[in-house]
Design a protein. Structure first.
Length: 340
């Protein structure tokens, strides 16, 4: 059967003209190529320097600025070859860096992803762009050329003035490290990124099942906590002040990693009095959560030992291990501020 269809295919191919065969082959190649294109997960427009830069975030977290707006942002204007959206390259260098005058400055840029990135927008449109981090690098290169020309010749060649003017505007409007945040804000990706990052942290720290009880908090932790609070040490767990639980959450669990305390509280059942039915540390993972807790406990006890009172200790703690998503408390005058 396969031989029969094979012969039929060959016969059909012979009946087609060279132009028709070429079109079919080209279409097949395009379908194979386009099938592998990444699709943007976030899209937006970034207003910068009087321009609106179209930008996206791809599934691998690459931030991309569309080729058309990228080129305009650096003051360049050039028709894309054959309507494909790809301009000519030489030695892997894009057209806007191919001038001989740029050669002395290419070392740093060559380490960047300079090839055009081909992707699809959410509506399926095939688009070309460049890594967002390349934009400030190109602008800096143009400005270095300007500085050297001014130093050597006292003026800038007119052919470079549009690029340099645009680059000066760009650098004033963004910093190298700022472009990522700007693109994320424009596309709304910072919310997705924060959720994903928090989920990864909680997956590392929070165990899926309740672990057997193992004594984790050393006696000296509570001995020092009693001393710093001006109380007589009582070893019996059931006789400890109820607010010690709040203090422990504050000085230990809130400083392990973002969101860990909230998640531990959420998944830990409570008794009739509203207190946790089991120790929070029993839901920490063996490989990351528990070791991190032990490490922080040891450091906290060390700070306790060198502190005269709770205010003194709390000041040390905030400086050495500030809580996540909290502002550092500042001392007013010589008196430290504590949270009691």
């Amino acid at each position: 059967m396969s031989d029969k269809y094979s012969e039929m295919g060959k016969a059909r191919a012979k009946s087609l003209s060279k132009t028709e065969r070429s079109k079919i082959a080209k279409k097949a190649a395009e379908e194979r190529w386009n099938g592998d294109l990444p699709v943007a997960i976030n899209e937006g427009v970034l207003p910068l320097g009087g321009l609106e830069l179209s930008c996206v975030v791809l599934p691998d977290e690459t931030r991309v600025i569309s080729q058309t707006t990228f080129v305009k942002a650096i003051g360049r204007s050039r028709s894309f070859r054959g309507g494909t959206g790809i301009t000519s390259t030489a030695g892997e260098i894009p057209f806007f860096l191919q001038n001989k005058a740029f050669k002395p400055y290419l070392t740093e840029v060559k380490a960047m992803p300079v090839k055009p990135i081909i992707y699809r927008t959410k509506n399926g449109t095939k688009t070309y762009g460049y890594d967002a981090l390349l934009l400030p690098r190109v602008a800096e290169l143009y400005l270095k050329l300007r500085d050297d020309m001014l130093r050597k010749h006292g003026q800038v060649a007119k052919r470079y003035e549009p690029y340099i003017t645009a680059s000066d505007i760009l650098i004033r409007g963004l910093a190298d490290v700022g472009i990522i945040a700007l693109v994320d804000e424009a596309t709304g990706y910072q919310e997705s990124r924060a959720k994903d990052a928090l989920a990864k942290i909680l997956e590392q720290f929070i165990a899926k099942e309740l672990r057997p009880y193992i004594k984790t908090f050393p006696d000296e932790f509570y001995e020092n906590l009693y001393r710093l609070r001006g109380l007589v040490f009582v070893k019996d767990y059931n006789k400890r002040p109820q607010y010690f639980g709040r203090l422990t959450n504050d000085i230990i669990y809130e400083r392990l990693a973002p969101g860990v305390l909230e998640e531990l509280k959420r998944i830990t059942p409570k008794n009739a009095k509203g207190r946790p039915k089991h120790h929070l540390h029993r839901r920490l993972t063996v490989d990351i959560g528990h070791p991190k807790l032990s490490e922080h406990l040891a450091a906290t006890v060390a700070l306790m030992k060198v502190s005269a009172d709770y205010d003194n200790f709390y000041d040390f703690l905030n400086r050495a291990y500030p809580k996540f998503n909290h502002n550092l408390q500042l001392a007013l005058g010589d008196k430290p501020v504590s949270k009691k």
